[in-house]
Write a protein that binds this ligand. Structure first.
Ligand SMILES: *Cc1c(COP(=O)(O)O)cnc(C)c1O
Length: 388
C-alpha cells in the first residue's frame, strides 16, 4: 500500500536513473523522456555541468536567510535582467508562488500610486497559473476550483482569442491582464505575435499592467529566452520557474522598475526562495541556455521536429488534427481522447504527457539530439499506424 495521498493518477512505472534524454527503470528498461518533468529538466537528466555545480556548492553553503546578502542570487538576478526586459528579480521556489507574487506586485503597485481600487486581474478562461488557492481562481477552471470555495475574488475571465470580450471585461478596477504567451496545460495554444502587440497597446492605453506567465514557455523553451520576445513587446511582470532550475525547484518574478518600486522591505518574502544552492544551479542553467548558439540550436531542433510532425499529420489526417506549438513546446492535437495514444507511446518507450484539447504534449530537453527526435518520430509513426 502507498502512504502517498491519492491526488495523482500515477502510471505504474518508476525510474532509478536518468541521463540526458533517457530514463531507466530498476530493471534497466530505457525510455526516451520527452516530458522532462514537464519542461523542467531543460538540459536533460544529470547534465555534467549541473552535477558539478551541485557537488561544489553543496560543500560550501546550502541555505541562508534572505536577511543576508546572497551573492549567487545577485549574480543570477543580474544575468536575468541583462537577458530580458527586467530591471529587478524576486526569487521564489515554484511557478505558482511566482504567479501569486506577480499578482501581489500588480496590486501593490496600484496601491502605492494611490489607486487602491485597481485590484482585479483579467485572465484567460481555463488557463493555468498554478495550484495555490489564488492561482486556481485565476485559472477560471471549474475542475481545478471545484470544492475549494469560497471563491477568491478579484479575477475576471475572457475566452482565448475573444478580443471583444477581453476589451469588455476591462473595468476601472482592473489592475492587470495575465496570460501565458503559449498556453501549456491549456493545450499548447500560441498567442500570435500581433495579438501580443495589441495586448501591450491595450494595456498602455488603459494604463494597466501586463503580466506574461512564462513559467512553462520561458527559459529558451520556445526558441527565444522568453516566449514573448518574438513579438518584440515587453511585459511589466513575468513569472518564471520550471526550466530555470534545470530540475532544482526555482521560481522567480521578473519585473520592470516602474512596478518594482512598490516592493519595499517587508512587502513580500520567502524562506527558501533564492537560497545559495538553488541560485548556484540557476546560474549554471542560465549560462548554458541563454546563449545565442544554444537558442539557435533549439530553433533548429524545433524546425526539424515540427516539419516532420506535420508530415505525419498529412500521412494520418484522420488521427492527427493539428500540430501546435513553438520551439520545443509541442502539441499533437488528436481528433479523439489522447489517453490511449499516450499509453501506446509509453508502451513503445516514449514518454509524453497530456494537455487540454486532446493534445499530446511533447517536451524534449532543449539540448535534444537529432537522432533522439528521429527515434520519437519513428515511435509516433508506429503508434499512428496501429491507432484506431
Ligand atoms: C506549471 C505552471 C505553473 C505552476 O507552477 P508550479 O511550479 O507547479 O507551481 C504556473 N503557470 C504556468 C504557465 C505553468 O505551466
Amino acid at each position: 500500500m502507498s502512504y502517498l495521498a491519492k491526488n495523482y493518477n500515477r502510471k505504474k512505472i518508476s525510474f532509478v536513473r536518468g541521463k540526458g534524454s533517457y530514463l531507466y527503470t530498476v530493471s534497466g528498461i530505457k525510455y526516451l523522456d520527452f516530458v522532462q518533468g514537464i519542461a523542467v529538466n531543460c538540459l536533460g537528466h544529470a547534465h555534467p555541468k549541473l552535477v558539478e555545480t551541485i557537488k561544489k556548492q553543496s560543500k560550501k553553503l546550502w541555505h541562508v536567510s534572505n536577511a543576508f546578502q546572497i551573492p549567487e542570487g545577485e549574480k543570477l538576478a543580474k544575468k536575468l535582467c541583462q537577458k530580458t526586459f527586467a530591471d529587478y528579480v524576486m526569487f521564489q521556489n515554484s511557478g505558482a508562488e511566482a504567479t501569486e507574487a506577480a499578482i501581489k506586485i500588480a496590486r501593490r503597485y496600484f496601491y502605492s500610486i494611490g489607486k487602491p481600487n485597481k485590484t482585479r486581474i483579467l485572465c484567460v478562461k481555463n488557463s493555468f497559473h498554478g495550484r495555490t488557492i489564488a492561482a486556481i481562481f485565476a485559472s477560471g477552471s471549474k475542475k481545478m476550483t471545484e470544492g475549494f470555495g469560497p471563491r477568491v475574488p478579484g479575477f475576471d475571465h475572457f475566452s482565448f482569442g475573444d478580443h471583444k470580450s477581453l476589451k469588455k471585461k476591462i473595468t476601472k478596477n482592473t489592475a492587470a491582464i495575465m496570460v501565458e504567451p503559449i498556453m501549456g496545460e491549456g493545450g499548447i495554444n500560441v498567442i500570435p505575435d500581433f495579438c501580443l502587440r495589441e495586448l501591450r497597446k491595450l494595456c498602455n492605453k488603459k494604463k494597466i499592467l501586463l503580466i506574461l506567465d512564462e513559467v512553462q514557455c520561458g527559459i529558451s523553451r520556445s526558441g527565444d529566452f522568453l516566449a514573448f520576445e518574438k513579438s518584440k513587446i515587453f511585459a511589466d511582470i513575468a513569472p518564471i520557474a520550471k526550466g530555470i532550475g534545470g530540475g532544482f525547484p526555482i521560481g522567480a518574478v521578473l519585473m520592470n522598475k516602474k512596478v518594482a518600486a512598490c516592493m519595499t522591505p517587508g512587502t513580500h518574502g520567502s524562506t527558501f526562495g533564492g537560497n545559495p544552492l538553488a541560485m548556484a544551479v540557476g546560474n549554471t542553467v542560465m549560462d548554458i541556455v541563454s546563449t545565442k548558439q544554444f537558442l539557435r540550436n533549439v530553433k533548429k531542433s524545433s524546425k526539424y521536429f515540427l516539419s516532420n510532425l506535420n508530415k505525419l499529420k498529412e500521412k494520418y489526417p484522420k488521427i492527427i488534427k493539428e500540430i501546435r506549438g513553438r520551439g520545443l513546446l509541442i502539441g499533437i492535437q488528436l481528433y479523439k481522447d489522447q489517453t490511449k495514444f499516450i499509453k501506446k507511446l509509453m508502451d513503445n518507450k516514449l514518454l509524453t504527457i497530456r494537455a487540454a484539447d486532446h493534445v499530446v504534449r511533447i517536451l524534449p530537453p532543449l539540448n535534444v539530439k537529432k537522432k533522439e527526435i528521429d527515434q520519437a518520430l519513428k515511435i509516433i509513426n508506429k503508434v499512428c499506424t496501429e491507432h484506431k
